[in-house]
Design a protein around this ligand. Structure first.
Ligand code: ADP
Length: 261
């Protein structure tokens, strides 16, 4: 904070005329301090979570390097396994760092939205992404042309993240269903899978950075816990809403509601 900022802020404060106004001003300042404090705590938590997530693979990598150094010469048969481990873990770190960078860049950007044909973007994205996933993606697109104000790259990133999750967390032989329609005048996209589903408690937390449901961790399904935090941020930047609900008889639906125009 430089000096001139302080002065202009000070000058911007209203001068109270009565004891009541002094009180109001006091509680306003208290609220401001509280929200600043919350922000600092959140940032602190984020840095500490990020460090932890990076330290775990790094420790493992160093462990394997030390193993190769100590025993590699006498027991060369251990080398390929350790190298594969180092390779996998460093790839995981790279994904993590890239996701962190993407998130931090999104703190500052303004995004250009344009009027986009949603069905067309969905069709193209699914066609391009289908080879990466085992499950067949079924399209159930609105017969009407759906136009919405959205940034094309953001929409693609959101769709790919949700398709990727639907694929990771559902059996390979169960289809993923992608729907577009208009609900209450708003263009809406839904991605439904027939997977493990998400408990109501976890539904509250999956959009937090680094949050992963225990099952995802214990079954060693690859992931960083940042995908949905990025989706949520991208949705915000595009004035869109993302929501999660249950798919019947089993699985999860993610619904993206776009801004009309
Ligand atoms: P990750 O990299 O772990 O997949 P995300 O932020 O994309 O991170 O998702 C957070 C967590 O939400 C996942 O770890 C998983 O436990 C849960 N999750 C996300 N999508 C689904 C889904 N379609 N079905 C079941 N669980 C899901």
């Amino acid at each position: 904070i430089n000096h001139s900022d302080n002065i202009s802020y000070h000058e911007a404060l209203p001068v109270p005329d009565s004891p009541d106004e002094v009180h109001d001003l006091g509680s306003e300042i208290n609220q401001l301090l509280k929200s600043l404090n919350d922000q600092v705590l959140r940032d602190h938590q984020f840095v500490s979570d990020a460090s932890h997530e990076l330290r775990t693979p790094l420790t493992a990598i160093r462990g394997h390097i030390s193993l190769i150094k100590r025993r590699g010469e006498q027991h060369p048969e251990i080398i390929p396994k350790s190298l594969k481990f180092i390779d996998d873990e460093s790839a995981r770190m790279q994904t993590l760092v890239e996701s962190l960078l993407r998130l931090s860049r999104m703190d500052h950007v303004e995004i250009d939205r344009q009027l986009l044909d949603i069905n067309q973007t969905v069709r193209e994205t699914v066609d391009n992404y289908q080879p990466n996933i085992a499950q067949p993606v079924q399209l159930d697109l609105s017969p009407d042309v759906l136009m919405a104000m959205v940034n094309p790259d953001s929409l693609q990133q959101i769709l790919i993240a949700l398709l990727n999750n639907a694929s990771k967390y559902s059996p390979a032989d169960q289809p993923i269903i992608m729907t577009t329609k208009v609900i209450d005048g708003q263009p809406t996209l839904a991605i439904a899978d027939n997977g493990s589903g998400i408990s109501d408690d976890d539904k509250q937390r999956i959009f937090e950075r680094f949050y992963r449901v225990d099952q995802a961790r214990s079954q060693k399904i690859p992931g960083t816990g940042l995908g949905l935090a990025i989706v949520s941020r991208l949705a915000d930047l595009n004035h869109a809403q993302i929501a999660v609900s249950d798919h019947q008889p089993q699985g999860t639906i993610f619904t993206l509601t776009l801004a009309k125009q």
